[in-house]
Every structure is written in structure tokens, then in C-alpha cells.
Ligand binder design. Structure first.
Ligand code: AHG
Ligand code: MN
Ligand code: MN
Ligand code: MN
Length: 284
């Protein structure tokens, strides 16, 4: 029987919600580095690998899922005959563990083989490991935030981007910013409050909570910036746009990205429409 995407997506979200307490329980003692690097050159932490193993087992076991791709693995993994492909950043902001700062998990659900365009996304979600463990899910029907108790019980509320922006968070070192981005940042910092943690999930969650803009721009020596198109930018752009905001890579919506390299990077700006429009004009 062909599952409808809706039922299959709900199964993926349930698997993520069930994995979250197990991932969080595994943080203790796993902030250290392994001897290995991932495909984008990050040194892998034990917690990166542990989270990836948990997600691969749980998500990969679902009948609806045929492909599983991870920021921590070179190649897409065939996990069955299901119609859906899942991308994960198993632990986002993992370097924050050593400072006991927030981290997250980012997940995308595509109805096409990976690498895939943002227009092939049918759903996306993130988990934020903060004082609470919360999961934010997005589908064509809207955005929902769940608080995941240790016994798995969940309460939910709908999420929409506040109209009035309050916070901003910009990645990269100021000397590495381009002239155009520096001009944009100079204006924004006089209008909004700086909130930057070094974990994309936590920083974008603040934008969704308070309104504002998150960016990891293209840099002088790295014009594509740092963040991964498939694993971070596309799913987070889907969530912010579904919540009523906008995204850009400097020229167009991040969802129009169509990566041919599974591990490509892209500049990314997420937040209130007016702030994203200003970014595109500044970078034009
Ligand atoms: P990851 O831990 O999955 O590699 O992601 C880290 C990313 C992202 O979470 C964050 O926005 C960015 O790295 C922070 O980079 P800087 O340390 O250069 O600010
Ligand atoms: Mn990493
Ligand atoms: Mn990440
Ligand atoms: Mn990661």
C-alpha cells in the first residue's frame, strides 16, 4: 500500500522525537574529537557520530524512507524501498558541547533522490537541545513547536514569525566579511539586538521566536560561506518560509537551490521579509 506523504512524514517526525532524548542523553562524555573528518572538513566529535548512528537506525528503519544522507557521511545510504529521502545534520553546533551551549539536529524530508532541490522538500524539522528539548516541524500545513519531555510526552503550539524584528545573528569573522555585507551589518546592528550562539538551530530558533535575521554570509575568501546547502540551509529555509519569513542566498530563495554536490555550501540569510529584501539589495 502506497503511504501518503502525510502519514509517512508523521512517522519521520515521530522517529526524530523519539531519537531526541537518546541523543541528548549521549552528550555526556562525547564532546571530544575523533580522529576523523567529515566531507566538508569538520573534525568529527564523538557526539556527532553517536547522534548520526541513532538517527540512521531510527529513521532508516521506516518503511517510507528509501534514502538517508548525513552531513557526517560521504555518500547517500540506501535504507529501503520507501519513496522519501531524508537529510540530517545529526548534531548542529556540536562544538558548543564543550561550553555547554545549545546544539541541535536538522532534518529534511524530500520526495526525490539526494542531492535534491529545496523545491523537492515535503517537510523539515529541527530539534533544539536547550534548557528544554523542543522540536519544530514544518509542512505545507504550517509550523508546529513540540516540547519533548523525557518520557516522550509532547505539547504543541503553532509557530509564526513575529512581524516586528528584534534580534540578529551573523556568522563569520568581521574582517572576513565582504564590503557589501559589512555595510548591511552596520545598519542592522544599530536597529536590532545581537543574539549569536554558534549553533544555527539555536540562532534561527531565536529569530523565529523574536523576529529578526540570521545570516552566515559568503566571505571574502569563502564566497559560498560555511553552511551546508542540503543539510542546514535548505531545511532551515523551508521552516522559516513556512513560518511566514523569507530566505535568500543573496540572490534568490534558498529553496531554489539545486545542489549537484551533496556537501556543497551556500551563503544563507533567514528572517523577516523586509530584512531579507534589504540583504538582497545590499548584496546586489
Ligand atoms: P555543525 O556543528 O553541524 O558543523 O554546524 C556548525 C555551524 C552552524 O551551526 C553555525 O551557524 C556555524 O557553524 C557557526 O560557525 P562559526 O563557529 O564560524 O560562527
Ligand atoms: Mn560539524
Ligand atoms: Mn550544522
Ligand atoms: Mn553537525
Amino acid at each position: 500500500m502506497m503511504m501518503s506523504d502525510g502519514v509517512a512524514v508523521a512517522d519521520v517526525f515521530d522517529a526524530l522525537a523519539a531519537a531526541a532524548p537518546e541523543i541528548r542523553a549521549g552528550f555526556a562524555g562525547r564532546a571530544g574529537e575523533t580522529d576523523d573528518h567529515n566531507a566538508t572538513g569538520d573534525r568529527q566529535l564523538h557526539a556527532d557520530i553517536h547522534a548520526d548512528e541513532i538517527l540512521r537506525d531510527r529513521v532508516g528503519a521506516l518503511d517510507a524512507v528509501g534514502e538517508y544522507a548525513s552531513e557526517e557521511a560521504e555518500h547517500v545510504r540506501d535504507v529501503g524501498a520507501g519513496p522519501l529521502s531524508v537529510s540530517v545534520d545529526p548534531l548542529d553546533g556540536s562544538s558548543n558541547l564543550s561550553a555547554n551551549n545549545p546544539t541541535g539536529t536538522i532534518l529534511g524530508v524530500y520526495d526525490a533522490p539526494l542531492p535534491a532541490s529545496g523545491r523537492d522538500l515535503v517537510a523539515a524539522a529541527y530539534v533544539l537541545y536547550g534548557p528544554l528539548t523542543t522540536m519544530v516541524t514544518a509542512t505545507a500545513d504550517g509550523v508546529t513547536r513540540y516540547t519533548i519531555a523525557s518520557d516522550g510526552r509532547r505539547t504543541d503550539e503553532s509557530v509564526s514569525l513575529p512581524d516586528d524584528p528584534t534580534v540578529y545573528g551573523f556568522g563569520g569573522r568581521v574582517p572576513d566579511w565582504t564590503v557589501d555585507f559589512t555595510d548591511y551589518a552596520r545598519a542592522i546592528k544599530d536597529e536590532l539586538k545581537l543574539r549569536y550562539s554558534g549553533a544555527m538551530v539555536a540562532d534561527v530558533n531565536q529569530v523565529l521566536t523574536y523576529g529578526g535575521v540570521f545570516a552566515y554570509p559568503g566571505l571574502r575568501d569563502r564566497p559560498r560561506g560555511k553552511l551546508r546547502t542540503q543539510f542546514e540551509a535548505i531545511p532551515m529555509a523551508y521552516i522559516v518560509e513556512a513560518a511566514g519569513g523569507s530566505s535568500t542566498n543573496g540572490a534568490h530563495s534558498v529553496l531554489d537551490a539545486d545542489p549537484d554536490d551533496l556537501h556543497s555550501r551556500t551563503p544563507i540569510y533567514l528572517g523577516n521579509d523586509a530584512l531579507i529584501d534589504r540583504a538582497e539589495r545590499a548584496l546586489d
